[in-house]
Write a protein that binds this ligand. Sequence first.
Ligand code: FKS
Ligand code: ZN
Length: 343
Amino acid sequence: MKSVYSERHKGHAGNAELVAGAIVPAFEMPSRAEFIRARIDEVGLGPVLSPATHALDAAKRVHRADFIDFLPEVYPRWKASGHHGSAIPFTWPTRGLRADKAPESIEALLGYYSFDAGATFVEGTWDAIKSSYEVALTAAGLVRDGERAAFALCRPPGHHAGSSFMGGYCFINNAAVAAQWFRDHGAGKVAILDVDYHHGNGTQEIFYERDDVLVVNLHGDPANEYPFFLGYADETGAGKGEGFNVNYPMPAGTTFDIWGAALEEGCRKIASYKADLLLVSLGVDTFEKDPISAFRLKTEHYPLIGARIAKLGLPTLFVMEGGYAVAEIAVNAVGVLTGFEGA
Ligand code: FKS
Ligand code: ZN
């Protein structure tokens, strides 16, 4: 399987995050992608290509244009306001406040375009976001040009980013961008399978009222797990999208017997949808030793996930999302890919 990877992710480094009332180094760090990059060579998965340059029009097919145009401006404006360090939002237009009026200051705009404090900027963040987007589109091109599968080693991840907001380490929704790009380049129907531990709220929001993109999510129960405010089983789509959004929330402590049964059900839905193409939001924070998650999958299970996905027999694009047990995420993520190839 071919992979696409860019070194430009490395500039998105040293970000801070708020955990239990303390500012700590963010769990989403450059070494995540570096371990996966090294593991690809270690197992001989296949060639690793650099991304081609892509303009931002494909991003604007799923995100509001003003949101995308804001992202490259953030850090320059943050510095021009006399700030340094991480640009972190801290005020959001929740119930009872106005979300219809864009504010002017950079501090206010950060909150206006976010749903939490988890998408933070340093000097190299925009270039990393852009490279991650280009990695996804370049890998999508490989699949469109006839590869059975490709791996987009995206960093930063994307599945929490919605049409007009960032959050949860995510800025541009790489998987949603690629799905729309496939639709715009000949695919009639696309399925997205999100196996990250966290609900892909951004992907769900983007496609919620559409029947041409089926979204299937396996994740921690939002009643107790981030992102908390979306991801329940009764969210089944709206309008002509009714029936084309499927959520499998599961409790803390979930092991592979339960999780694998949900994967089986999700895969059957994808099979009966008769998609032309499959996109996998590949998070491996379902791992038992993940520092921020509570499922109990073991390393031996990841190839089984890949093998089940391969059985769908669809052209498949894997897009990297989360996973934080840093050394092990490489073995587990690449394990999904080798399991796919061996099936
Ligand atoms: C307080 C806890 C906030 C945020 C977890 C974000 C998970 C991100 C992810 C992605 F794939 F997007 F990377 N925890 N600081 O794993 O879903
Ligand atoms: Zn996650």
